[in-house]
Design a protein around this ligand. Structure first.
Ligand SMILES: *Cc1c(COP(=O)(O)O)cnc(C)c1O
Ligand SMILES: [Zn+2]
Length: 426
């Protein structure tokens, strides 16, 4: 099974193979995630002429979900081939009140990916990864997850009627465990960190017993990663086919950040979107409890020292980030920056975002909002350039983060007299 090649990948696919991010070696489109030459990570490579044939009109006439960008994705050109909850086209919310509070003068937008079917951006990557998994003939779906990925894989497998087995660290938030377990697949809680879970999955995938199993972020990871590009495509389309000047992106493995940058590059080279004057700048956000990529940037090094994650932003708690090096590269190349936020800053930022935009984010959204404010305060974000902040998950899944900080403003007996006494009438 692991030697299967997607054949034919679909006559309409613009993808031509997998390419090593380290040494550039090329391989067929198959379930392979590391280079046989240098063990570097693999990425899908495309035929530039095929990408250039995609038009805005084609995209705009497409479905109201990520598959409108199928011409820019490796798989899923035919609707019948997709394994998908049809995520995407989530709201791009204009955030004037938030901008005013943190000191931005140019337009600020929140891309709210909590509006996806399982309430995080992971539905995008899972839809693309499982569509590839189906084409490759896998008959069971799996992942190593910090929470949202498990949720999305379990839901997609349920919809497709395919068995699933997802692996999580045992100490995740109840809101992530329940919303995964409810779909009825196997849920394996590992007594260790995410990095332990990921290592175990890398070993399981090599066993005969797991030969039939696609781990969305292990053996079909190159396809998984491509799904993140749709967040970049959507923002550009929603802005009238313009790339924003500054974007602030949460980082776990760092993959999402690199793929939003890649999406912008593709749109501009294919003539689909217009780059801002001076190019776009990519900014990365982590938490104080897990900041290995930001720490390397601040130290001016390419050496990412793995950490043992702590803190409430569990969905971002990857201590040994697989795409960290490439996230550093994208941020340096575009002239952006990275920073990190403490648990208290994350809690405050969740409430700030909710109060000023009506968007209730999970802890990862708190991280990104808090870091955006810090980057404005430190002068790294230009207050006069249009900025997009990515909220990647839903506050209802991490209620504990703010449960003790919010509650009823008044508690009053049901009478006018009591209401008056409580001060409700002024
Ligand atoms: C997985 C995840 C991310 C970031 O993922 P990368 O590994 O950096 O691609 C961001 N936000 C949320 C809520 C996530 O679940
Ligand atoms: Zn290589």
């Amino acid at each position: 099974m692991t030697s299967a090649v997607i054949a034919p990948l679909g006559v309409d696919s613009p993808a031509r193979g997998l390419e090593c991010r380290g040494c550039g070696a090329r391989f067929p489109l198959a379930a392979q995630h590391a280079c046989y030459e240098c063990f570097g990570p693999l990425e899908v490579w495309y035929d530039a002429d095929s990408l250039a044939k995609v038009t805005r009109a084609q995209i705009e006439a497409g479905p109201q979900n990520i598959w409108r960008y199928a011409g820019l994705l490796p798989v899923g050109q035919q609707a019948a081939d997709r394994v998908s909850l049809n995520p995407g086209l989530t709201p791009l919310v204009r955030a004037d009140a938030l901008a005013a509070e943190i000191g931005l003068r140019a337009p600020l937008w929140v891309k709210d990916d909590s509006a996806n079917p399982t309430h995080s951006f992971k539905d995008r990557v899972v839809s693309v990864a499982l569509t590839a998994a189906k084409a490759l003939g896998f008959t069971r779906y799996a992942c190593a997850s910090t929470g949202n990925l498990a949720n999305s894989v379990a839901a997609h497998a349920a919809r497709a009627g395919v068995p699933s087995i997802v692996f999580i660290p045992h100490d995740l938030e109840p809101g992530k465990i329940i919303t995964t377990a409810v779909y009825g697949g196997d849920l394996v809680a590992i007594e260790g960190s995410y990095d332990d879970v990921n290592r175990l999955c890398s070993e399981l995938v090599e066993t005969d017993e797991f030969e039939d199993t696609a781990f969305v972020n292990v053996n079909v990871r190159p396809f998984y990663a491509e799904g993140s590009k749709t967040l970049g495509y959507e923002v550009a389309e929603q802005l009238g086919w313009r790339i924003p000047a500054q974007v602030v992106i949460p980082m776990a493995s760092g993959e999402l950040l690199t793929k939003i940058d890649k999406a912008f590059e593709e749109l501009v080279s294919a003539g689909l979107a217009v780059a801002p004057e001076g190019g776009w700048k990519v900014f990365g956000a982590q938490s104080l409890g897990c900041n290995p990529i930001a720490t390397a940037l601040h130290a001016g090094t390419d050496v990412i020292t793995p950490v043992k994650p702590t803190g409430i932003a569990k969905s971002l708690n990857i201590g040994d980030p697989a795409a960290g090096l490439y996230a550093l590269e994208a941020v340096r190349r575009t002239g952006g920056w990275m920073d990190y936020a403490s648990d208290d800053e994350i809690r405050d930022a969740i409430r700030l975002l909710a109060r000023t935009t009506g968007v209730f984010a999970e802890t990862a959204g708190g991280v990104t909002t808090a870091v955006t404010a810090k980057l404005v305060a430190s002068g790294k974000l230009d207050p006069d350039l249009e900025t997009v902040v990515f909220n990647t998950g839903e506050g209802l899944k991490t209620l504990d983060a703010v449960a003790e900080l919010v509650g009823p403003t008044y508690r009053v007996k049901p009478s006018l007299k009591a209401a008056r006494e409580a001060g409700l009438l002024g």
